[in-house]
Design a protein around this ligand. Sequence first.
Ligand code: ARG
Ligand code: ASP
Length: 718
Amino acid sequence: MKKFIYLVFALLTSSHFVLAGEGMWIPVLLQQLNEQEMQQMGMRITAEDIYSINQSSLKDAIVLFGRGCTGEIISNQGLLLTNHHCGYGQIQRHSTLQNDYLKNGFWAMNQTEELPNPGLTVTMMVKMEEVTEKVLDGVTNEMTESERNTIIKDNIKKITETADQESGLTTTIRPFYHGNQYYIIYNRIFKDIRLVGAPPSNIGKFGGDTDNWMWPRHTGDFSLFRIYVDKDGNPAEYHPDNIPYTPDFHLPISIKGIDEGDFTFVFGYPARTNQYLPAAAVHMITEVSNPARIALRQKRLEVFKRYSDTDPKIRIQYAAKDAGVGNAWKKMIGESKGIHRLHAIDRKQETETRFTEWAKTDPKLKKMYSELIPAFEQNYKQLEKLTLAMDYINEAGMGIELFQLANRFRPLATELQKTTIDPDKLQELETTLKSFIQSFFKDYHQPIDREVAAALLALWTENQPENFRPDFLNVIAQKGNVQAAVNNLFDKSMFTSPANIEKWMQLNPKKKLKKLGQDPVWQAISDIHSFSQSNLLQPMRAITASNDSLQRLYMKGLMAMQPGKRFYPDANFTLRVTYGKIEGYSPADAIYYSPYTTLDGIMEKENPDIFDYVVEDRLKELYHTGDFEPYADTEGRLRIAFAASNHTTGGNSGSPVLNADGQMIGLNFDRCWEGTMSDLMYDPAMCRNISVDIRYVLFIIDKFAQATHLIDEMTIIR
Ligand code: ARG
Ligand code: ASP
């Protein structure tokens, strides 16, 4: 009976936490924790097919692309697929006015035409192993957080140095479950990565920021690269003699199609989630930080829009800034809304009450856990104010472009302050600055920045108390005229004029320093810097250290409280598997969204007057001729994108979406807006990942770009 009750309890608590679709699982634990469920949901392969160290497996085809996206190898010649928005920087860097690859797309018609990208890397995980005991060797419960960290750091250094040497690979050790477990990860890092193909932006970014974070979606968000290695097959810096990489495994691509309810999984590199935060932390994020940041970003977007709407040149100048500011703005609005809809804070509080009650049942538990939640609450109460003040620094202060520019001079100023200045270092810093200044002014429109500055400084003074504001702002607040202060900053600073900066660059170090010290924008920046260092960041560090140790303990406690439950660790930029189904959702009363879109939808959205909805002529031609074979669905339509219930986050962009047989059916690139709170709390009813249907990708490569040699390289399951 006792056993039975325990079982029921375990089941109840487990369903309370992990819901269908939720979870970002560690590949090495798949067999133990997930294989059975995945197969019950329809998967026809095994965990060993996904991750194996004994034979080639799917994991050999999955890579970290650059530092923030996922990519996958899709041919035996190292052909790599990722998102258009992940390759955007590379595509842009190769673009000129004559050859605007962003606008027109780019297709290498043979391997000699593929373009190198210095600095771009692709990281492939060879294996991972748990090393918790070794990392925590010498750590005791009585230690302070900083003593603990010192020992861990030393241990990690020793372990990775030996592992690097023995394996010839690059190893890192990462904490999981908030420092309750550690894994060593063996990586192979490729450095010669060439651009192979990209569609025009009005395919690769169709819908732009208007459709961003939203379903239904019609974006062909993909680009192609290729990994090159030296003639022995080893990773090497770019060299013209390098050859295409032969992978241990490349993903087969299925064009057999998909249906609602089909099992899918996503294999990739999610960056960061925070599922186990206490209620107080979620409150800080969604009730304090997000609203302030949303308001500040909204001001900037309003000003950008007003100018962009009337001047096409400004629209281009501010396109990337607008996308960057808008991406997080939209995400935060969705996140806070989703948290409210879920009553997530109340639910977290209920869990915490249960947790504290549970801790009282046993003297040992009581000693460990009963004071944990109150300690969290106290910390977050303090942290909330500091975080908000820091948000204003980052979003209001650093939202002013002129301040961003001046801030770039900090390393140079530090060098100038030294008693003996290193002339080479100085030269190097100035060269970097000069190229930054050039690109800065190319896309700078001062009237926008003046308006932004006035709006942001006004919001900042209105919403932050004096002791949480840097002095320069208090002076402005006292005088009571923000516009006059902005005029003064912009009229008197050298930073508004490339010519004045150039003149300043000619001065000798002593004069440079003196002149800089007199510049009002520099003074503001310096003031912001010293204020945030001593009044905000320093106290924040102490609280954060305490929160880290509380979070570690809370995680451990939650796991102890629910021994039958499967816990997945928060995302930490390591390789994970997440699984779900192709499914639509109901975002609001009486509305249901189907899980896939078609080319018809692109034609419905078409509007030559709206930049985000311009449809490429050639795509229209193909639409009218209706030549979609062999990529059409059973009804003869061309599918564009689909929604599914895989739990993904930033970093999962570019991840393959695979079917029950482990064949690629889509390319992940976004989440739906109603589900953007999934980084804090997952909702199976609302959280959907958004992917390009792989058949649209192939259609564009084949019919649109006529790069059939690329299709020939792939393994296509028909
Ligand atoms: N929202 C997606 C992500 O978080 C895509 C962003 C790129 N696309 C855009 N229109 N800004 O990265
Ligand atoms: N768009 C995101 C990325 O770039 C993915 C997401 O947040 O769902 O990684």
